[in-house]
Design a binder for this molecule. Structure first.
Ligand code: NAD
Length: 365
């Protein structure tokens, strides 16, 4: 910590997500200041440092840990770089926030978890869905029996691809290279959401296709260029089974330019909860209740609740989770153990596709 007890944060990877979500919000989400910007494309680190008034810019994580006094690193680099960056940060005894997925396989995430435990540092993993206002409200409704026994989750988590959906001035072609892809960039959101609600899954099955083997970049500095996108599927239908006759469908990919499907629906034997609005607006889900006792069936839109949980204000809320865990010496809500379960699911999906058979899951959180 600095003399003023502010958390000193270093951001590694100064691309679209870091500059739009993390860097503008670090001091809003926690008692924290940004002390370093890091990017292997050093010009990007320098530009971010100038734009956000950050005192230091570095070429890579090794220069950062050698030269800079910091408390927390946020790894917002390209997916393929996460494992090396995370191990360097944790080995240096610094708290870590990792963008998803933190590692390419469960063994390497176990190694990161071991480093965090050995060095007594906190480790939080994106995405941020377990912090969501609407999901936590739904969890409470389910626990209180509002929709009876909840048994099926249907989650639609797709967009038209990072070269289409998001404005970017860094080359987006890495999203279509091995190690990245629609499953670990988008599917991860759906898998984290359904496991947040139902807990660890017991098995996974999957069907996938490559919908679009060549893509035109449609925004930003690379507008009009083409990407070969034929190495990995870009549309997945993932089914998960959970203990006690429960299941989930996650429909995910870079293959849906637009959709009017609810992002999530939760079905129970006495009702449904539907999430139809963007979650960063902290919406209330719609609830359908079938009550024989009350003589009522129909949709209701819940009013403001009496004791609202803290709302999300940016994707940088993960820093708030980590800062709370540091202060209270607890495990972050966005825990590496949950991330490990989601990673196991993603790592078993290629076998599920190839064999056409359900794959058993072993990790829990
Ligand atoms: N809603 C979400 O949760 C969400 C949305 C978009 C992106 N993301 C995630 O954020 C991360 C970054 O995505 P982006 O869209 O900003 O990509 P981007 O291509 O815009 O930025 C990535 C940056 O990382 C840098 N980089 C690559 N390897 C590095 C290394 N070894 N050390 C330091 N810097 C390195 C690149 O030069 C680039 O500036 C990814 O993990 C992505 O999955 C999350």
């Amino acid at each position: 910590m600095s003399t003023q007890n502010k958390l000193r944060v270093a951001v590694i990877g100064c691309g679209m997500f870091a500059t739009s979500q993390y860097l503008p919000n670090i001091s809003r989400e926690a008692d924290a200041e940004t002390v370093a910007a890091v990017d292997i494309d050093f010009g990007r680190a320098e530009t971010a440092a100038r734009r956000f008034g950050i005192p230091n810019a570095y070429h890579d994580v090794y220069e950062l840990v050698q030269k800079c006094d910091f408390d927390v690193a946020i790894d917002a680099a390209s997916i393929q770089a996460h494992d090396e960056i995370n191990r360097a940060v944790l080995s240096a005894g610094k708290h870590l926030i990792s963008q998803k997925p933190a590692a390419p396989d469960v063994e390497r995430l176990n190694e990161q978890i071991r480093l965090a435990e050995e060095n007594h540092v906190k480790f939080a993993c994106a995405p941020i869905h377990p912090m969501r206002y609407d999901l936590n409200f739904a969890k409470r409704l389910i626990a209180d029996g509002a929709i009876g026994r909840a048994y099926y989750l249907k989650c639609n988590m797709s967009h038209g691809g990072p070269e289409y959906f998001q404005y970017r001035d860094a080359d987006p072609s890495w999203f279509y290279e091995p190690g990245a892809g629609a499953l670990v960039d988008m599917g991860v959101h759906g898998l984290q959401i359904v496991t947040s609600l139902f807990g660890p899954a017991s098995s996974v099955a999957c069907t996938a296709i490559i919908s679009t083997p060549r893509r035109e970049i449609r925004s930003g500095a690379y507008n009009g260029r083409y990407i070969d996108s034929d190495k990995l599927p870009d549309q997945y239908l993932i089914t998960l089974k959970f203990p006690n006759e429960r299941m989930a469908l996650v429909d995910s990919g870079f293959s849906q330019k637009a959709s009017r499907a609810p992002q999530l629906e939760i079905f129970g034997d006495r009702g449904t909860i539907a999430f139809t609005k963007p979650y960063m607006t902290n919406p209330k889900p719609d609830v359908y209740i079938d009550s024989g006792e009350l003589g009522f069936r129909g949709w209701v839109t819940p009013d403001e609740w009496v004791d609202p949980p803290r709302r999300l204000t940016s994707q940088c809320c993960i820093l708030r989770d980590l800062a709370d865990a540091i202060a209270a010496d607890t495990t972050p809500l966005l825990s590496a153990y949950h991330a490990r379960h989601v990673l196991e699911i993603m790592c078993k999906i290629p076998d599920a596709i190839q064999t056409g058979r359900e794959q058993r899951l072993e990790t829990v959180f």
